[in-house]
Ligand binder design. Structure first.
Ligand SMILES: NC(=O)c1ccc[n+]([C@@H]2O[C@H](COP(=O)([O-])OP(=O)(O)OC[C@H]3O[C@@H](n4cnc5c(N)ncnc54)[C@H](O)[C@@H]3O)[C@@H](O)[C@H]2O)c1
Ligand SMILES: [Fe+2]
Length: 434
C-alpha cells in the first residue's frame, strides 16, 4: 500500500499509526435518546454536568427528562466554570466524589465536557491534582483503569471534546493552560444534536468555527507519524502521533465544510449551517484526536492563560478571558506562513479546501495562501485583529513565549523544529494582522 510521499519513512521514525475511533450518534432529536443510551451503559444514578448558562436552556432539560423517563436518577451540577481552571476542575471532582454517581452525562461546550472528564477521573482514582497532568508541568502518570461511563452532549461545535481523550484547564498559579491526555478519559458516547447550535451567540459561533479550522489545518500540517521517533513499546505511542492518512481524510472534509458555512453561520445563519458545522467539528476532532495539534494551539494556551482585561461579547463577563477559538486563530496566520515551506502542498490543499482562489498561485506559496485565506475569513466574522485586539502589546512577548515554549507536546508535533527565538517572532508577527 502506498501513501502520500509525506509519509515516507525516516530512519528511527515510527512505522505504525493507530486509529482511535470515538463512538458517536449524530442527528436532530438525538438528545431525547440519551436516557436510553445511559441505561444501555448500565447507569442508574447519573450526574449531569453543565454550566450556569446552558443549565437554564432546554438542552439540559431535554436530557434530564430523557434520563428520568428511563427510571434513572438525575442530579444536575451546573457550576462548571467557562474556560475551566484547576480550581473549578477540583470543585467538580469533589461534587462527583461526594455524590457516589455511577454514570456521567455532560451537556455543554468544551468547558463542561472537559470538567466532567476530570471529575470522573479524580473521583474514580483520587490523586494529587498534578499526577495525571501533562509533563513537564505535571507528572503524566497513566490513568490506572477504566472510568465510569460518560455520555458527552456538546452544545458547541468547535472543541470536539466528545471525541477526544483530552481535558484542558487553566493552571492558575502558572497562568497557562495545560491538560490531561489519556484514551481512558474519552467519553463512551458522544451525542451530537445540531439543533442545540441555534442558541449560540455569533462570536461564539465564529470562535468555534476557527477552532475547527485550526484543529484540521494543524493536523494536516503536523509532523508525519513516520518522522516521530518510534516508541519503546506500543503502549508508549502518543495520542499526538502526527499527521497520518486517516486524520488527513477527516480534516480535509472538515475544512471544506467550515469554509462553506462559517461566514453565513455567523452573519445570517440558516439551519443547514448548523448540521454542517457540527459534523465538521466532529470530523476535525477525529482528525486531531489521531494526529495532534501543533503551534497555534501551543501558543494559544499562553494567550488564554496570561489574559489581562479582554471580555468578549457572548461569553460570561464575571472574569476576563480570551476564549479558546480566538486564542488559537490569532496565532494561526503567522504560524502557517512560517511552516509553509516545510510542507507547502499540504498548506495549499488546506487553502483550496477552505475556498481560496488558487488561480495563478504556486504550490510553494501554500503557507502564505492559507494564512491570507484565514485572515479574510477572520475579518468577515469580526474576530479581533491579532494579539493586540485581545489586549496584548510587544511588552508581553517574553511572557507569552516562555509560557508556550513549555508546551513541548504540541511544539514538537509541528512540521519543523522551532527555537525559542522563532516562537517569539511568531508572537511578534501575530500582534496586528491587518
Ligand atoms: N478536550 C478537548 O479536546 C478540547 C479541545 C479544544 C478546546 N478545549 C477547551 O474547551 C473550552 C472551550 O469550549 P467551547 O468553545 O466549546 O465553549 P465553552 O464551553 O467555553 O462555552 C462558551 C460559552 O458559550 C455558552 N454556550 C455553550 N453552548 C451554548 C448554546 N448552545 N447556546 C448558548 N450558549 C452556549 C457557554 O455557556 C459559554 O458561555 C476551553 O477550555 C478549551 O481549552 C478542549
Ligand atoms: Fe482547539
Amino acid at each position: 500500500m502506498s501513501f502520500s510521499s509525506y509519509f515516507t519513512h525516516k530512519s528511527g521514525g515510527d512505522r505504525i499509526f493507530s486509529v482511535e475511533a470515538p463512538k458517536i450518534k449524530f442527528g436532530r432529536g438525538s438528545l431525547q435518546e440519551v436516557g436510553d443510551d445511559a441505561k444501555a451503559l448500565g447507569m442508574k444514578r447519573v450526574v449531569v454536568f453543565t454550566d450556569p448558562r446552558v443549565g437554564q436552556m432546554e438542552h439540559v432539560s431535554k436530557v434530564v427528562e430523557s434520563l428520568k423517563s428511563q427510571g434513572l436518577d438525575a442530579v444536575v451540577y451546573d457550576q462548571v466554570a467557562v474556560e475551566p481552571t484547576d480550581v473549578s476542575f477540583k470543585q467538580g471532582a469533589e461534587f462527583a466524589l461526594d455524590g457516589k454517581f455511577d454514570g456521567y452525562v455532560s451537556v455543554g461546550g468544551g468547558s463542561v465536557m472537559d470538567t466532567c472528564k476530570a471529575a470522573n477521573l479524580y473521583s474514580c482514582y483520587p490523586a494529587d491534582f498534578l499526577d495525571y497532568v501533562n509533563a513537564p508541568i505535571g507528572k503524566a502518570i497513566p490513568v490506572p483503569g477504566e472510568l465510569k461511563p460518560h455520555i458527552a452532549c456538546p452544545t458547541t461545535f468547535g472543541t470536539a471534546s466528545e471525541c477526544t481523550g483530552i481535558a484542558i484547564f487553566d493552571l492558575l498559579e502558572m497562568e497557562a493552560k495545560t491538560g490531561i491526555v489519556s484514551p481512558r478519559i474519552r467519553a463512551n458516547l458522544g451525542v451530537l444534536d445540531p439543533s442545540v447550535l441555534s442558541s449560540l451567540p455569533p462570536l461564539v459561533r465564529a470562535a468555534n468555527g476557527f477552532d475547527v479550522f485550526s484543529h484540521a489545518c494543524e493536523s494536516i500540517t503536523a509532523r508525519p507519524y513516520t518522522h516521530r521517533p518510534a516508541p519503546e513499546s506500543s503502549q508508549k505511542r502518543p495520542l499526538n502521533q502526527g499527521a497520518n492518512p486517516y486524520s488527513d481524510m477527516a480534516c480535509l472534509e472538515a475544512i471544506k465544510l467550515v469554509g462553506e458555512h462559517i461566514v453565513q453561520a455567523v452573519n445570517e445563519p440558516i439551519e443547514e449551517n448548523y448540521d454542517a458545522l457540527m459534523y465538521a467539528g466532529m470530523l476535525a476532532g477525529i482528525g486531531f484526536g489521531n494526529a495532534g495539534c501543533h503551534l497555534p494551539h501551543g501558543m494559544s494556551y499562553a494567550v488564554a492563560g496570561l489574559v489581562k482585561d479582554y471580555a468578549p461579547e457572548g461569553w460570561p463577563t464575571d472574569h476576563p478571558m480570551v476564549p479558546h477559538g480566538i486564542s488559537v486563530i490569532v496565532n494561526s496566520p503567522a504560524v502557517f506562513r512560517k511552516t509553509g515551506p516545510a510542507c507547502a502542498e499540504r498548506h495549499w490543499q488546506a487553502a483550496a479546501a477552505m475556498g481560496a482562489d488558487l488561480t495563478d498561485t504556486k504550490v510553494e506559496d501554500g503557507g502564505d495562501i492559507l494564512a491570507d485565506q484565514i485572515l479574510g475569513m477572520m475579518r468577515e466574522t469580526d474576530i479581533p485583529n491579532g494579539l493586540s485586539g485581545v489586549g496584548y502589546s510587544m511588552d508581553d512577548l517574553d511572557a507569552l513565549t516562555d509560557r508556550s515554549y513549555a508546551q513541548k507536546r504540541l511544539i514538537d508535533n509541528g512540521p519543523m523544529p522551532i527555537s525559542r527565538d522563532e516562537l517569539k517572532d511568531l508572537f511578534r508577527n501575530s500582534m496586528t494582522l491587518w
